[in-house]
Design a binder for this molecule. Structure first.
Ligand SMILES: Nc1nc2c(c(=O)[nH]1)N[C@H]1C(S)=C(S)[C@@H](COP(=O)(O)OP(=O)(O)OC[C@H]3O[C@@H](n4cnc5c(=O)[nH]c(N)nc54)[C@H](O)[C@@H]3O)O[C@H]1N2
Ligand SMILES: Nc1nc2c(c(=O)[nH]1)N[C@H]1C(S)=C(S)[C@@H](COP(=O)(O)OP(=O)(O)OC[C@H]3O[C@@H](n4cnc5c(=O)[nH]c(N)nc54)[C@H](O)[C@@H]3O)O[C@H]1N2
Ligand code: SF4
Ligand SMILES: [Mo]
Length: 703
């Protein structure tokens, strides 16, 4: 028997957005247990069953651990150097022959959970310099990023519900009982909902399905899928109709109110009620409640993002909060002040967002430099200057996560070259010529640069790597760096020297080195001379030399020298964070507008022109729904078309956690769920096998 000594490691779970604190017991080489960390400053002892999958993922024999090359004899393991050289050479050849846009990149969801990926992707994308960029964003939170960009001037400036201080939470299209929420990192989300009710507040859910979350709310309103924009316009109409509009503190920073009134005038609750399946009185009373409750918030997520009118619905939800003075106020939609401020960093890098500056061959517009993932197959198959010839995926499984899998699979099969940075051989990576797998999560250090932007409290937590990576193991960031280096070489001598310097510097710094700099220059950075009173005088004098909009002035204002941050000066850097293995609580969200706005004049324009073109489409849709409702024959026809909506399960994570036996065991959870009425009409019973088909494909699935 070997003598093992149990050691304890604290870290944050990277599987979903909640950032739960974990206590991992290990014997040096093996994980013995993964338990909730009761002392974690934000999750306070909450975890979900998925956390255990971190052990399974780490130990999974199916997880790839070395570069794999597809050969006539099957997959063959090769050396890293050979793999990097092959990719570098093929990508350059294809770009030389067909132009930069011939290479396409797809970025998947796990990138957001690794600071190394986020940081090293910036240069990686620049070195590829292609317009054919795609990601999970367009199947997910793009409507929020668009509304952030249009209203607040920066795609990454997400407003977050101040859930712990609100007395009314109106939630559209989210099922935190399964997902633990999204675009609001809130471990134990359900506990926080219960706390609202316990302090006398109210939680109202708008969802076409009686989800697991519906069981823990005060009121659940069934809505016809895809009609949120109509219901929300009905609520906005009510605010004007009943004199409830109040812009509050931000009044002088807001413009376009009259335009909102004009838009909503066509959509009184009485006009939209039937289409939404929610009666007019309920819509009115919801608007009234929101306006009359001092600490209240309306928030929408997956169900209002990924639907036919996701753009409009998300915009209207922001408007509702603004019109009832719940933006940037306690208990409303607020903004974080993260220790590593990626909003500020990407602002300097000129990545605040963009919209419609170029399109796919079929005319679909870019957003923030990315084209919609639903267009990848089209871009591969349509001849033209931006036709895709080769594909790079990074931590993504678009064959499963993007629409029309069958066509996408066919299209991927026709590429000249494909490389996937991914840990598994799966539906997407099987089409690759090469798969480059990164280290396991437990071999990486951890800091959330993305989810701290979205957290319901300002927090900072750094966890070192638990296990040393093996000799032949590369982290994703190292793979990205090596490929960047190879893609960028071949230019002029001067360019090559510059690139080599950058490569060496980024290699030496590593993600933690870069993170350390971000933390030090961030709003809670290390105490520096400028924060003393003499220093303040000097810095104030320098600050006054620059106009408010000047980048140097902004850097000074937002850094530790900034007048608002001097008092904080907690001195955050990686070294100091290591003293707080359960994280540092930097406090609840604070009002930060108009200063935090990135719009040119520090104003919020309520009606950005780009949304207006969609209003006639919404009006048309309303007419179509009315017509459908009037023809009662169609509705009671057992052959009438039905509408599919998605759902998540607490024991799985997107498309890729199915190798964890402890999560997949038990009864089949990949089932169809159908309303009782619809089932009765179609004589469907539990356990029946259903054939579900759309214009694009069919599946047989248990009911
Ligand atoms: N039908 C349907 N489609 C959807 C959704 C839905 O609910 N229903 N949801 C949408 C949403 S919200 C999202 S975010 C997208 C997700 O879309 P994707 O990001 O395309 O898909 P994932 O399933 O998250 O796949 C992640 C991939 O990364 C790999 N991976 C896991 N960890 C790592 C790592 O650390 N490094 C690397 N290099 N690879 C890793 C996995 O093996 C897997 O191949 O799907 C969208 N599509
Ligand atoms: N266990 C688990 N957790 C996860 C994930 C996972 O795969 N598994 N994925 C993670 C990711 S990438 C994300 S983005 C988040 C997403 O987290 P959530 O935003 O909570 O998304 P879902 O759980 O898919 O819940 C969406 C809800 O919208 C409803 N809905 C569908 N159509 C409509 C509509 O037209 N209107 C309205 N009002 N509602 C509608 C659905 O019935 C469903 O209840 O979850 C994250 N957490
Ligand atoms: S809710 Fe579960 S998967 Fe999400 S961070 Fe917490 S433990 Fe991990
Ligand atoms: Mo997502």
């Amino acid at each position: 028997m070997t003598d093992t000594k149990t050691q304890t490691h604290f870290r944050t779970c990277n599987l979903c957005e909640a950032m739960c604190g974990l206590v991992i017991e290990h014997d040096g080489e093996q994980v013995l247990s993964i338990k909730p960390d009761k002392e974690d400053v934000v999750s306070k002892g909450f975890i979900c069953p998925k956390a255990l999958a971190l052990k399974d993922y780490h130990e999974d024999p199916d997880r790839l651990r070395a570069p794999m090359l597809k050969t006539a004899q099957g997959w063959k393991q090769i050396s890293w150097n050979r793999a990097f050289d092959i990719v570098g050479k093929r990508v350059r050849e294809i770009q030389d022959q067909y132009g930069k846009d011939a290479i396409s990149v797809y970025l998947g969801n796990p990138n957001a959970h690794h600071h190394g990926n986020i940081i090293y992707l910036l240069n990686f994308l620049r070195s590829l310099d292609t317009k054919n960029r795609y990601s999970a964003t367009s199947n997910d939170q793009l409507p929020h990023m668009r509304a952030n960009y249009e209203l607040f001037g920066h795609q990454a400036l997400f407003p977050i519900p101040d859930i712990d201080h609100t007395d009314l939470f109106i939630l559209f299209g989210s099922n935190p009982a399964a997902s633990n929420g999204s675009l609001m990192s809130a471990p134990d989300y359900l506990g926080r909902l219960k706390a609202i009710r316990k302090r006398g507040g109210e939680v109202i859910l708008i969802d076409p399905k009686k989800s697991e979350t519906a069981r823990v709310v005060d009121q659940h309103l069934f809505i016809r899928p895809g009609t949120d924009a109509l219901m929300l316009l009905g609520m906005i109409h009510t605010l004007f109709d009943e004199g409830l509009v109040d812009l509050g503190r931000l009044q002088s920073n807001i413009e376009g109110l009259a335009d909102v009134q004009i838009i909503s005038s066509d959509f009184p609750p009485e006009r939209v009620a039937a289409a939404c399946g929610i009666d007019a009185d309920t819509i009115r009373s919801l608007a009234r409640k929101l306006a009359e409750t001092p600490r209240a918030v309306a928030f929408g997520r997956m169900g209002t993002s990924t639907q036919e009118f996701g753009g409009l619905a998300t915009w209207f939800i922001y408007l509702l909060n603004i019109l009832t003075s719940h933006l940037d106020e306690r208990g409303g939609l607020m903004f974080t002040k993260p220790a590593a401020d990626m909003v500020e960093l990407t602002h300097y890098l000129n990545e605040k967002g963009s919209s419609g500056t170029f399109t796919t061959e079929g005319g679909l517009p870019e957003f923030a430099g990315e084209l919609p993932s639903s267009a990848i197959a089209d871009q591969i198959e349509t001849k033209g200057p931006s036709q895709i010839r080769a594909m790079v995926t990074v931590a993504g499984n678009p064959v499963i996560s993007s629409p029309n899998s069958n066509r996408l699979e066919r299209a991927l099969g026709s590429l000249d070259f494909m490389v996937c940075i991914d840990s598994y051989l799966n539906e997407t990576t099987k089409h690759a010529d090469l798969i480059l797998p990164g280290s396991s999560q437990l071999e990486q250090s951890r800091y959330d640069v993305v989810f701290n932007l979205l957290s319901v409290r300002n927090v900072a937590k750094y966890s070192p790597a638990l296990f040393e990576p093996g000799k032949n193991t590369k982290h994703d960031w190292e793979i990205l760096l090596e490929l960047t280096h190879r893609f960028a070489s071949g230019g002029s001598l001067l360019d090559n020297v510059k690139e080599l310097g950058q490569y060496q510097a980024m290699k030496r710094l590593g993600p933690d080195g870069v993170l350390d700099i971000l933390l030090r220059v961030g709003p809670y950075g290390t105490q520096v001379p400028g924060t003393s009173s003499v220093g303040s005088f000097v810095i104030d004098t320098i600050q006054d030399v620059f106009p408010a909009s000047h980048p140097i002035r902004r850097a000074l204002d937002n850094g530790p020298y900034g007048p608002q941050n001097r008092g904080l000066s907690k001195g955050l850097c990686i070294a100091s964070l290591k003293n707080y293995p359960h994280g540092v609580d930097l406090g609840s969200l604070q009002s930060s507008l108009p200063e935090r706005l990135y719009t040119s004049n520090k104003r919020i324009s309520l009606v950005p022109g780009s949304y207006m073109t969609d209003i006639p489409r919404l009006r048309k849709h309303l007419g179509m729904l009315d017509e459908m409702l009037q023809s009662s024959v169609k509705q009671s026809d057992e052959h009438a078309q039905m509408m599919l909506i998605g759902r998540r399960d607490i024991r799985s994570n997107n498309s890729w956690l199915h190798n964890s036996q402890r999560l997949v065991k038990g009864k089949n959870r990949c089932t169809a769920q159908i309303s009782e009425e619809d089932a009765k009409l179609r004589k469907i019973s539990n356990g029946d096998l259903l054939k579900v088909s759309t214009d694009y494909g069919a599946v047989t699935i248990e009911c």
